[in-house]
Design a protein around this ligand. Structure first.
Ligand code: NAP
Length: 304
């Protein structure tokens, strides 16, 4: 029986592994992919983690993982299928094993949200992408669009502007949501054009993205924008399905938990992007990992 099973190996899960090892707890990290880091693996630059300005997301993830490994944390790559709770003990059922544990730290993070327009699914992987750092190279010298106005959309537009010919940032309002410093960089980049108050009604193309059908929300005017690729960055959805019958979620599907990371299910803690919180960034995810372990320790002491 483990003291803790950590599900997920993004910044929250890896910080929990580091703090858990240092606390002398027996723990196992279960990760779905054979690569730790979560969403930051696909971030070309994490510019706001103190002391590591301009750090490549993949490099930061590697540093977190190396730190956890150096402290002796154990990792397995398995897909968690369910969580069972019986008389205060928890069982984590994967595609390969059934693990028994006193506590669980759910650090499953979030996945990208879909835009939900015609053509999105049919042309996914054929010009429709959710990851600029993964797929941007396919559009070298071509015109592309980015949909969204948050941090991810701005970062994607800046990343693509390095290699693509023209980048059209399509935003449904007349004000961007992302960080001011990113907004300024976007506005100062010559080959990025912002299309304000604009929604995408359809992604068009025969076997490959060829254009977008757009509508201006203020004027009602419709237009066609020829592009070879479209990067959708319209937010994230928490990966909380595993816990939905065990603990309370909010209307957006985030696991209800405060800074202690304690969920409404005793012994189960939620850390990182999957929990209710004001700010979802690497630094707050890592802080959650640390706080969750303190809560685990308090819980185990009370149970002893
Ligand atoms: P986000 O901040 O929720 O932004 C989503 C954007 O997509 C918003 O501009 C939103 O428009 C737009 N949008 C949502 N649904 C749409 C739809 N159906 N059609 C058109 N546009 C739509 O999401 P994110 O950029 O993916 O970031 C996720 C989280 O990670 C955020 O908390 C972010 O701060 C964090 N993050 C931080 C950093 C960093 O610190 N460097 C980097 C990446 C991500 P409205 O503005 O009109 O709502």
């Amino acid at each position: 029986m483990y003291d803790i099973i950590i599900i997920g190996s993004g910044p929250a899960g890896l910080a929990a592994a580091i703090y858990g090892q240092r606390a002398g707890l027996s723990l196992l990290v279960i990760e779905k992919q054979p690569m730790s880091g979560g969403q930051i693996i696909n971030t070309y630059e994490v510019d706001n983690y103190p002391g590591l300005q301009g750090m490549d997301g993949f490099e930061l993830a590697t540093k977190f993982r190396t730190h956890a490994d150096a402290l002796g944390a154990s990792f397995v790559t398995e897909e968690v299928r369910g969580i069972e709770t019986v008389d205060g003990c928890h069982f984590v059922v994967t595609d390969q094993n059934r693990y028994e544990t006193r506590t669980i730290v759910l650090a499953t993070g979030a996945v990208h949200r879909k835009l939900g327009v015609p053509g999105e699914d049919a042309l996914s992987g054929m010009g429709v992408s959710y990851c600029a750092t993964c797929d941007g190279a396919f559009f070298r010298g071509k015109d592309v669009a980015v949909i969204g106005g948050g941090d991810v959309a701005l970062e994607d537009a800046l990343f693509l502007a390095r290699t693509s010919s023209n980048v059209f940032l399509i935003h449904r309002r007349d004000g961007l949501r992302g960080a001011k410093i990113l907004q300024e960089r976007v506005k100062a980049t010559e080959n990025i054009t912002i299309l304000w108050d604009t929604v995408t009604e359809e992604i068009c193309g025969a076997g490959q993205v060829e254009s977008l059908a757009l509508k201006n929300k203020k004027t009602g005017g419709q237009s066609t924008l020829p592009v070879s690729g479209v990067f959708i960055a319209v937010g994230i959805t928490p990966d909380s399905a595993l816990i939905k019958d065990l603990a309370e979620l909010d209307d957006g599907g985030y696991v209800k938990a405060d800074e202690s990371c304690q969920t409404s299910c005793p012994g189960i803690f939620a850390a990182g992007d999957v929990r209710t919180k004001q700010l979802r960034q690497v630094i707050t995810a890592a802080a959650d990992g640390a706080n969750a372990i303190t809560s685990v320790q308090n819980y185990l002491t009370q149970q002893a």
